[in-house]
Each structure stands twice: as structure tokens, then as C-alpha cells.
Design a protein around this ligand. Structure first.
Ligand code: HQG
Length: 182
């Protein structure tokens, strides 16, 4: 159910016939509930939606203050503008990916692909989990990104409400393959 909501709010609202506001990425909660139920794949009501939002393991969703609207905090491919905090990054951030992408990454850098931004993790362990999504059953590769150096060179870092760092791209010179324990 949560994956389905994520698909709707980040990528394909049209599959249940709803619109997402460009400014803020908000969907109307009643329309979302009715749209999901009309589709027939899942049945949802407001209390269940509230549980999903409150317990999501990555804090993917938020309600607006009066609870009438809902959005995904990050990860969109559709054209929305989510206000995010622009913040000075730590010295290093991390990115987990698959070895099969490495030639291209070291050639072109990290690119957002289908999403609006490249996502970077604050720590190694999170990057391993993200990387596994693309590398299974093989071990992922974790890249260490020289984030503070990038910021010093003028790159603008943002962090979403659920703590995922976002950047437009990471050129190859800021990327190194990271081995745990270094
Ligand atoms: C790779 C999950 C070839 C990139 C996670 C990644 C994350 C390149 C894949 C969030 C490349 C894109 C996002 C290049 C980047 N050549 N491959 N030049 N540049 N790539 O899923 O960062 O569960 O769009 O390394 O926790 O893996 O959805 O991005 O492997 O925060 O909430 O292209 O998704 O969150 O894959 O994951 P994705 P991601 P949720």
C-alpha cells in the first residue's frame, strides 16, 4: 500500500485520476483516498492513511498542518517544487549504487536519472541499503562524495524533511569508491 501511495504521489498521480499541485507537491487527502478505493487494488480510509504516514520507515510522507493535503517529501519524477532547506553539507555524504553503473558514473558523474535530484545518504549504512535496491543479489558499491568541497566550489545542497540530501549532480572528481572502515 505504501509503495502504491509513493508511486501516486511521486510519479504517476494520473493512475487514480488525481492532480498534484506543482507548488509544494500536495494532493488532496480525500481525492487520494477516493481515488485509491475506486481503483480497487487496495482499500484505504483516513485512519489507515494516518498510520502509514506516521509509521513509514523513511518518513516518506507528510500532511499539511490542517491534514487536508498530503505529499511525498522527496523522490519525485513529476514536475513539482518542494521547498527544501538549503544547508551546508558535512564533509562527506554517501551514495549506494550497483557496480554495473560504475563505468558510466565515473565517466559522467552521478545524474538524477528519472528523479529530480541525485539522492545522497548521510551515512554508510543507509547508502548500503539504497545500493542494494539496484545491486541485488550482489553487494552494492558505496561512493563517498566530497560534499563540503563541492559546497565550497559553489554547489547547492538541500535536505528534505525526511533527511535525504539532494543535489542536481555530482561530477566525477568529487566521487570516490568507499571501503568500510577507512
Ligand atoms: C544511478 C529510495 C549510470 C544511481 C532510496 C542509482 C533513495 C547512474 C540509479 C531514493 C548515473 C538511479 C533514490 C550515471 C546515477 N550512470 N547510473 N551517470 N548516475 N546513476 O532509484 O539514489 O524507498 O532513481 O546510482 O532510499 O538509488 O524510494 O535513485 O543507482 O533515497 O523512498 O542510477 O530511493 O527511497 O536510481 O534512490 P534511483 P537512488 P524510497
Amino acid at each position: 500500500m505504501s509503495r502504491f501511495i509513493s508511486l501516486i504521489l511521486r510519479h504517476r498521480p494520473e493512475i487514480i485520476g488525481i492532480k498534484i499541485e506543482k507548488n509544494g507537491g500536495w494532493a488532496d487527502v480525500n481525492e487520494l483516498i477516493q481515488g485509491i478505493n475506486a481503483k480497487g487494488k487496495f482499500h484505504i480510509d483516513r485512519p489507515l492513511l494516518e498510520i502509514i504516514v506516521a509509521t513509514d520507515n523513511k518518513g516518506r510522507y507528510s500532511f499539511n498542518p490542517d491534514g487536508t493535503r498530503i505529499r511525498a517529501n522527496q523522490g519525485h519524477s513529476i514536475d513539482v517544487v518542494i521547498e527544501m532547506e538549503h544547508r551546508q553539507p558535512p564533509e562527506f555524504l554517501y551514495h549506494g549504487t550497483a557496480w554495473k553503473f560504475m563505468n558510466s558514473i565515473m565517466d559522467k558523474g552521478l545524474l538524477p536519472r528519472s528523479r529530480q535530484f541525485v539522492h545522497l545518504s548521510p551515512d554508510y549504512e543507509t547508502a548500503v541499503k539504497v545500493g542494494y535496491r539496484h545491486s541485488k543479489p550482489d553487494q552494492p558499491v558505496v561512493l563517498r562524495i566530497h560534499a563540503a568541497q563541492m559546497a565550497a566550489d559553489g554547489y547547492d545542497f538541500m535536505i528534505s524533511d525526511n533527511g535525504v540530501w539532494q543535489i542536481g549532480e555530482v561530477p566525477p572528481q568529487y566521487i570516490e569508491i568507499f571501503h568500510q572502515g577507512e
